[in-house]
Write a protein that binds this ligand. Structure first.
Ligand SMILES: Cc1ncc(COP(=O)(O)O)c(C=O)c1O
Length: 384
């Protein structure tokens, strides 16, 4: 086995290549950016909030939402005035129709589904289910921009489809929404996005140059820790859930760079990278993600471990920066009532799979995981 190179740092987030400024604009925009009714805000949470307004979802209305969620989408729904009624996901990470049926009361107006990690839920089925029950379907494709299901773009089945553009490309921000009634355009003043673009450029260099990667690996956790602490000191909600101003437009740099960085090979390159990791690490991958459907656009590569924090720390020493997917639920979730979601939060680790990774990078990820396993520095096992 090749010795892992601990110096270059490989992150989940796609970095921003330095040469992007010289690229030509894409001829065609992908869904939903090619739709007249599409609106783009700074973040997906802003998109959710605005589409709730246009669909007249709000005070007194209840939405059925998964207990396994990021938290910021839940905050956006609550800020829009909705009440959340949580459902547990089944082993396939899908809602269970029978359990959902039992949650329906006259106040329930919508079903919220998440296309986890760029893998599509059976959105056509859920649209029919919603139509039968007179509910709106909200598709959260925050991690599934460019994904399709049965040949149709993810996010196009529901009454609302939401996407995070910056999770697929290394742009500073960008949350898009398509809904049956288009929401208002963002009215606030756009930021430049310069600092975030700079950080994404640094990530790109850190994945290529060991000397930068080393500094990056050292300082990144310190900066993250300080950001969280600063946020708490100001008495704000956890930084990940903070709503900000829902009228925020995408930054000037996002508007400038997005048409240049869009590439119709992105989803396929992510699938190829995913297949490479799967070939070596399949025994660690939870069943719903153990094969790559044609239409998937993988956001990250999931592995199940028992001591996730330790596993992440050991990987970081080997230059691979993973993510606990998702550590903290929204504070409104009664955590103990949803044991499967709880287990997932404690043990599902996401590894990089984005389109900027080279074969050498992918091998570094495999070697790092294998090395941690061989040295028994972390234990692996099924969670769901
Ligand atoms: C499933 C899901 N929905 C919505 C969001 C909100 O995205 P944003 O941070 O762009 O508001 C996230 C963020 O990670 C997410 O993971």
């Amino acid at each position: 086995m090749r010795k892992p190179n601990p110096s270059r740092s490989l992150l989940i987030w796609p970095p921003l290549p330095l040469g992007v400024y010289f690229k030509k604009k894409a001829d065609q925009l992908p869904f939903p950016l090619n739709q007249e009714g599409c609106r783009v805000y700074s973040l997906a949470r802003h998109a959710i909030w605005n589409a709730c307004q246009s669909l007249q979802l709000g005070s007194g209305d209840v939405v059925l939402a998964p207990a396994y969620h990021h938290g910021s989408e839940i905050e956006a729904l609550i800020e829009a005035g909705l009440q959340i009624r949580y459902y547990e996901v089944n082993q396939a990470l899908e809602p269970d129709p029978e359990s959902l049926q039992a949650l329906i009361t006259p106040e329930v107006r919508a079903l919220y589904i998440i296309h986890y990690l760029g893998f599509a839920q059976d959105a056509g089925f859920w649209r029919q289910w919603c139509d039968r029950n007179n509910l709106l379907l909200i598709e959260d494709a925050a991690q599934a921009f460019l994904a399709t299901h049965q040949g149709q773009p993810v996010g196009s089945f529901g009454h609302m489809g939401v996407f995070c553009l910056y999770k697929t490309y290394g742009i500073p921000d960008g949350g898009a929404v398509i809904s049956t009634i288009p929401p208002a355009f963002p009215a606030a003043v756009a930021e430049t996005g310069g600092w975030r673009a700079f950080k994404r450029h640094v990530n790109w260099i850190a994945a290529r140059r060991a000397e930068v990667g080393r500094i990056h690996l050292f300082f990144k956790p310190i900066v993250t820790w300080w950001n969280k602490k600063w946020h708490r000191m100001r008495g704000q909600l956890t930084i990940e859930f903070d709503m900000g101003n829902p009228a925020s437009p995408p930054s000037a740099l996002t508007n400038y760079l997005l048409p240049k960085i869009l590439d119709d090979t992105t989803a396929e390159r992510r699938r190829e990278n995913y297949r490479f990791l799967l070939k070596h690490l399949i025994d660690m991958v939870p069943a719903p993600f153990a094969s790559v459907p044609d239409g998937a656009s993988p956001f990250a590569f999931p592995v199940e471990v028992h001591d996730a924090r330790n596993f992440l720390m050991q990987l970081r020493k080997r230059g691979v920066v993973g993510l606990l997917f998702w550590l903290n639920p929204h504070p409104s979730l009664p955590v103990e009532d949803f044991p499967r979601s709880k287990r997932l939060r404690e043990g599902l680790v996401a590894l990089p799979v984005h389109q900027e990774l080279t074969l050498v990078d992918l091998q570094q990820i495999v070697d790092a995981v294998m090395d941690v396993r061989v040295k028994k520095e972390a234990t692996i096992g099924a969670l769901v």
